[in-house]
Design a binder for this molecule. Structure first.
Ligand SMILES: Cc1cc2nc3c(=O)[nH]c(=O)nc-3n(C[C@H](O)[C@H](O)[C@H](O)COP(=O)(O)OP(=O)(O)OC[C@H]3O[C@@H](n4cnc5c(N)ncnc54)[C@H](O)[C@@H]3O)c2cc1C
Length: 370
């Protein structure tokens, strides 16, 4: 957090935004952390409270948005993921050219009255040749009819909303749109228990010939829109990793008084992670100042720290486990929860393997470019 506070471009206003979100995260989430982790509570009340203090409406400067997600991630990885889902939904709506869609949804999504997320894992994997698009649609009067199923979409509930992409049946184009979970032709099926993230309102979603009216179309030609939103999509995920690493450093520091005499033999110390954290924060904040840069060099620069954030989250959580020892092995201790949450930073789309593929493909397609 110190590095984030000291970063050149972080002004007073940013710090107070960060502190506001951090303070609410501590007061709203700490008492229910265990239940969120166990999947007994979906913290929708907290998500709405964050909206009330402006946590979902800070996209004019993405550095604020990322700082906010990181403040939540210091306390709870599951809620930080939901924060990313909500911020990403707002990011889609905000960047759409569809005035009717914006008028209908933007205020409510920014204020947290309307909760939701994004179903872009399958489309993102399809763009990089990893799997086929799962949703198909066709044009009808006033909108589209869409069918297909997505295996996991988070921050959902009966009246929530999420953005995703379908392909026209004739293969001529792809359309990015919002799904309204209240539509009777949309079915949400609870997922089997996960290693962590059970409190994130994650469902399998089936669309059975759902009518998508034109005021739910984010972009009738999805690919140029994806190019516009993709850097923000990935940079906001950095908040999840940064906050988690920050807390792992705190956990390691916290056991120093009792265990420094033996923990000093461990190969990775909190100071090592503090250096990695400062570097990742610096890169993230610099890149987040220009999220609409569409150059190849910028895209590579965005993908690289995202890959490193997944690695750093897992490494820091692993080190926190070793530093905390038996106390960290208790089911009630944060260290083991952070380890389970850290793996999610590394496997949520774009997963570590996808990021590595993206960098390898990019180097092949743009040799010599940095
Ligand atoms: C808790 C949780 C929340 C998520 N939330 C979202 C979200 O909000 N939005 C979103 O778009 N994505 C979400 N995802 C998906 C996530 O982003 C990744 O896509 C996912 O973790 C797998 O990514 P991967 O690249 O490792 O793919 P892989 O796991 O390598 O491959 C994925 C493919 O494997 C197949 N597959 C995976 N699991 C099974 C199974 N149990 N049985 C049969 N086939 C299977 C499916 O075809 C799937 O498309 C979520 C995943 C989890 C675990």
């Amino acid at each position: 957090m110190a590095a984030l506070r000291n970063a050149d471009k972080v002004e007073q206003q940013t710090v107070s935004f960060f502190e506001g979100v951090a303070s609410l995260a501590r007061s709203e989430l700490t008492p229910i952390l265990q239940q969120i982790d166990d999947g007994e509570i979906f913290p929708d009340k907290a998500m709405r409270r964050f909206g009330e203090i402006g946590a979902w409406s800070a996209h004019a400067d993405l550095r604020d948005t990322i700082g906010g997600i990181s403040a939540i991630a210091e306390v709870c990885g599951a809620t930080a993921f939901m924060a990313w889902c909500q911020d990403t939904l707002v990011w889609y709506i905000l960047n759409s050219d569809n005035a009717a869609l914006k008028a209908k949804f933007l205020d409510r999504a920014e204020s947290g009255q309307l909760l939701g997320g994004t179903g872009l894992s399958n489309p993102m994997k399809s763009f990089f040749g990893i799997e086929k698009l799962k949703l198909k649609g066709r044009r009808v009067d006033g909108g589209y009819i869409v069918r297909g199923a997505l295996p996991w979409v988070s921050n959902l509930g009966p009246d929530h909303l999420f953005g995703t992409i379908f392909e026209l049946e004739d293969g001529s184009d792809k359309v990015m749109f919002l799904v309204d979970c209240a539509d009777p032709a949309v079915t949400l099926t609870p997922c089997q228990p996960f290693l962590a993230m059970d409190g994130t309102g994650t469902y399998g979603v089936q669309l059975r010939d759902v009518f998508i009216p034109d005021d739910q179309v984010l972009a009738a030609s999805a690919m140029p829109f994806v190019k516009k939103i993709r850097a923000g999509f990935i940079l906001m995920q950095m908040g999840m990793g940064l906050g988690l690493v920050r807390d792992c450093i705190e956990l390691m520091q916290g056991v120093k008084p009792a265990l420094a005499h033996v923990n000093c033999y461990l190969p990775q110390q909190p100071e090592d992670f503090a250096a990695v954290l400062a570097e990742l924060e610096g890169a993230t904040m610099r890149l987040a100042a220009t999220p609409f840069d569409t150059s190849n060099a910028y895209w590579r620069e965005v993908v690289e720290p995202r890959l490193r954030a997944g690695d750093a989250a897992v490494a820091a959580a692993h080190a926190a486990m070793l530093h905390c020892g038996a106390r960290g092995y208790l089911k009630s201790h944060a260290a083991q929860r952070r380890l389970r949450e850290a793996y999610f930073v590394a496997i949520v789309t774009p997963a570590t393997k996808q990021l590595r593929k993206m960098l390898a493909d990019n180097a092949r397609e743009h040799p010599g470019e940095t």
